[in-house]
Design a protein around this ligand. Structure first.
Ligand SMILES: Nc1nc2c(ncn2[C@@H]2O[C@H](COP(=O)(O)OP(=O)(O)OP(=O)(O)O)[C@@H](O)[C@H]2O)c(=O)[nH]1
Ligand SMILES: [Mg+2]
Length: 355
């Protein structure tokens, strides 16, 4: 599960990548770098405060910093498509900061124009893939008939219609079977998008999306929006927690943009967390929504999945309120659940297994 960071050249991708992952490799604009970010979760922090474990392990997600292409003529606004295909979510960094030192590749600062360009590029790339495959299918079907080929052709013709209509594939609903068919094509316009507007220092604390020009974008499906000022986030990262809090209050900021970006990325990946607790370790584990207990066990270890007997489950707030698992057992909030029980976001789970 990973998130590709993309955008036009000099939009602040690498600066944000470095802040998200703590990896400086992303500062180079000629190579792809990847790094992990911790998913901030106050629920896990509270559980750790209760258990005081030797190890505190948050969930992680991977970011990939995909450089904007540079050409001999100078810095262009092109995207590195091939690198993006393998990612699950696209984080589009849009430049809203002005700078005489770092020129914008299209000269003027206009984040909505840049987003429209990038989205159009996704559509064009997908259209090329669809057309090519449809041509091939036509030839193949002339030679032999098969229900699979027919199904594939049918869904691709629908994709063609959507794309020619200027709409991204993420706005179309596909059945599970169709989705499976489409997966191999790694369509860019099918991936969920996190739009991050990189604000100018003078605009910190303002909401860029209040501008009516954003209206047509905001209600689209599988697109989330947020803003940050990469420079300011960098300054905050240098400060002690308490000083950062004072600084943020002065600026009227309620939360850290980096945390918001990571949490939104996590949601767009379709992930939720359950926790394991104890004196050894309090830890968050990532699963997809609707995962049955026996598969959730597999997120920890395949042995636990294989030898699954039962899951002991308690909601994190019940545990925090009761103060211990023993108290939860007494109060009846700790439940024994079987293989098919769907694990819920924020559950504390202890698996009983036998191998
Ligand atoms: N003023 C200002 N400058 C910024 C901000 N974010 C990034 N920059 C500057 O813009 C320049 C480019 O930032 P990068 O993070 O390298 O941008 P990038 O998108 O990774 O660029 P490429 O990889 O070359 O496409 C650097 O000099 C940054 O210091 C910001 O929020 N405000
Ligand atoms: Mg870069």
């Amino acid at each position: 599960m990973n998130i590709g960071i993309l955008g036009l050249a000099a939009s602040g991708k690498s600066t944000l990548f470095t802040l998200l992952t703590g990896q400086t490799g992303g500062a180079r604009h000629d190579a792809t770098s990847s790094g992990m970010a911790h998913v901030p979760d106050p629920r896990l922090d509270q559980l750790s405060a209760l258990f005081n474990p030797r190890k505190h392990t948050p969930a992680t997600i991977r970011y990939i910093d995909v450089p904007g292409i540079e050409t001999e003529q100078g810095r262009e606004g092109k995207l590195n498509i091939a690198e993006l295909r393998t990612t699950d979510v696209l984080m589009v960094v849009l430049r809203a900061f002005a700078s005489d030192v770092v020129p914008h590749p299209l000269t003027t600062v206009d984040p909505i124009r840049d987003l429209a360009r990038i989205d159009e590029e996704f559509l064009l790339q997908d259209l090329m893939v669809v057309e090519k495959r449809l041509e091939r299918l036509k030839k193949d079907r002339a030679k032999r008939q098969s229900p699979e080929l027919e199904r594939e052709q049918k869904v691709l013709l629908r994709c063609l219609e959507v794309l020619e209509d200027g709409r991204p594939l993420r706005e179309e609903s596909f059945s599970d079977n169709e989705e499976k068919l489409l997966r191999g094509f790694t369509f860019l316009s099918l991936k969920p998008i996190l739009v991050v507007v990189n604000l100018d220092e003078n605009e910190v604390g303002t909401n860029p999306f209040k501008n009516p020009s954003w209206a047509t974008w905001l209600d689209r499906s599988a697109v989330a929006f947020t803003s940050a000022c990469a420079t300011l986030e960098g300054e905050l990262a240098e400060l002690e927690e308490a000083d950062a809090a004072v600084f943020m209050e002065d600026l009227g900021l309620e939360d850290r943009a980096l945390n918001r970006i990571i949490n939104q990325s996590y949601n767009l990946l379709g992930l939720i967390s359950f926790f394991t607790v104890g004196e050894d370790e309090c830890r968050a584990w990532s699963i997809r929504e609707g995962t049955p207990a026996v598969e959730a066990a597999g997120a920890i270890h395949s042995d636990i999945q294989r030898g699954f007997i039962r899951a002991e489950v308690v909601a994190h707030d019940d545990l925090l309120q009761a103060g211990s698992l023993a108290e939860c057992r007494k109060a009846g909030t700790l439940r024994l659940e079987g293989k098919t029980h769907e694990v819920v976001d924020g559950d504390v789970v202890h698996f009983r297994f036998n191998v």
